[in-house]
Design a protein around this ligand. Sequence first.
Ligand code: ADP
Ligand code: MG
Length: 633
Amino acid sequence: MTTTAETRGFQAEVQQLLKLMIHSLYSHREIFLRELISNASDACDKLRFASLADPALLEEGSDLEVRIDFDSAARTLTVTDTGIGLTRQEAVEHLGTIARSGTAEFFSRLTGDAQKDSQLIGQFGVGFYSSFIVAERVEVLSRKAGQPATAGVRWSSAGTGEFTVEDIDRPERGTSVVLHLKEDAAQFADAFRLRQLVRAYSDHIAFPVLLRPDGGKGDYDRANQAQALWTRPRQEVGDDEYREFYRHISHDPGEPLAWSHHRVEGRREYTTLLYVPSRAPFDLFNREAPRGLKLYVRRVFILDDAEQFLPLYLRFVKGVVDSGDLPLNVSRELLQHDGEVEAMKSAITRRVLDMLAQLAEREPERYRTFWKEFGTVFKEGLAEDAGNAERIAKLLRFATTRSEGVEQDQSLAEYVARMKPGQQHIYYVAAESIVAARGSPHLEKLLAHGVEVLLLTDRIDEWVVGHLGDFDGKSLRDVAKGSLDLGDVVPAGERKAATVSSSALEPLCARVAAALGERVAGVRPSERLADSPSCVVRDERDVGPQLRRLLEAAGQPVPPSRVWLELNASHALVGKLEGLPDGDAFADLATLLLEEALLAEGGQLEDPAAFLRRVNRLVGAAEDPLIVVPGGN
Ligand code: ADP
Ligand code: MG
């Protein structure tokens, strides 16, 4: 290993981050202090945890604390901790790169437009690098716990693309971050200002944060409460404190939408503090992204991202679980097979569902935000967590034919309350987009009778709704499958007339079926069309087109399915078809009705060129001129 100084370049993303951050966070630049104290606290947590297995690590002193020193004449501000410390290698890795997976992809989405990009950067925890908003140079002096004094490292950078590392002697364990403040940030080297900032942002830090009244001289005194926030009684914790604590544990600079803080006593003892963020992280759909709660055992930090306490569909939840019962030497592996943990997981799941139900009821606006950000993930719960399906179903939100725009803001309960007299089922249509869903021919009859239809456009919708089955005793029906069963919604007279015209259409259906052969499962008169000549319908148990595309994209085998072609007895084209004798023209038009119907549900034609030839033939053969010459009549 080299002992000399060495200069290295930052990872490309770090450079980009530094540039953007200075621009976008300038007006809240005091957050640098919260980030440094947060890191110092994490370092103390890590050392305490490491010392469980190796008590010798604390031999140099068992005080875990954070000290803030400043020198207003020299314009420096130093945050020191007695935590785990960094090796040279770790300093290079942790302070020169962004470890989070998906970071490169996130940065590739930046546009170069500073205004827009600062919005994006707001979702990205900036951490240590925020020191460069106020500092023209940052030095990190550190020595890892358990290593000799000669194993220290100095990391130093002006935040302009490179950093330097060199070996140093450092008798004290832990890390000092020295900020050489920019001229216009001199105000931060001030005892009053610092104390105020610690109170505002870092009061919840579980370790003492120490300050000297006048920087250089006198004794240190504690500037924060230094008590783990979740151990305090709920009534005594202010909303702002809850919010700050959220920022500390989540590394999300934003605000939580809701939180829930509980102590469980009795056979099992534990405390949970759970948060719903207000914005989805950029890596929400990355299955490898870290997720889960911060695990403490009797206030000792054990693990970040303990995913065993939450189901996958609640992976957006952040928070802390502090167990009174688990052993201090618990490991990820042990957690995986622990019955206690399993029981805690179901209780925590219920807590989150309760918190969401409360949010939906009391603060519908905030709930809409939740749904926009996390709805797609949350509804996976219908498939993953059958035991809570009923609770989850109440929390679902949909766009429907009644919604104004594209927003998913209607609950099933609201739908049921609006059902038509005589309506037995909850109807839905699955399509690639809201426009395609609204325009689906399968909806025509329903809309004509004022029946509301859910518009499902997320790729997983068909799959999750398939797990729901029914809601409030009403079964969910795909409008493109099986029989619609409109029941008493259609007046008796109209039903009778429909039956008559349907049976009159049977002979034509038989002829079309013969012409289409293997391409369809059968042909029948439609009960769902009003304006379109035809549509395709699948059997109840068949895989629909949306799910089919999803499975195919995932490389899964999809069982072949054949569609029914339904014809609209009252449509002119169907009348025209009826008038044609068997032969090429008849087959052309029959095939066209099938192809149109497949296109209308967003499907792809096996042979698009043949389809076009067919259209051209039919247009060419039409008796009525389809092309109107402008000005002529
Ligand atoms: P985060 O805290 O979200 O991991 P930061 O940018 O704040 O991101 O810090 C990056 C990494 O640098 C930390 O994960 C940690 O490994 C290391 N680090 C920062 N400050 C300290 C410190 N005071 N002591 C030990 N390691 C630190
Ligand atoms: Mg940090």
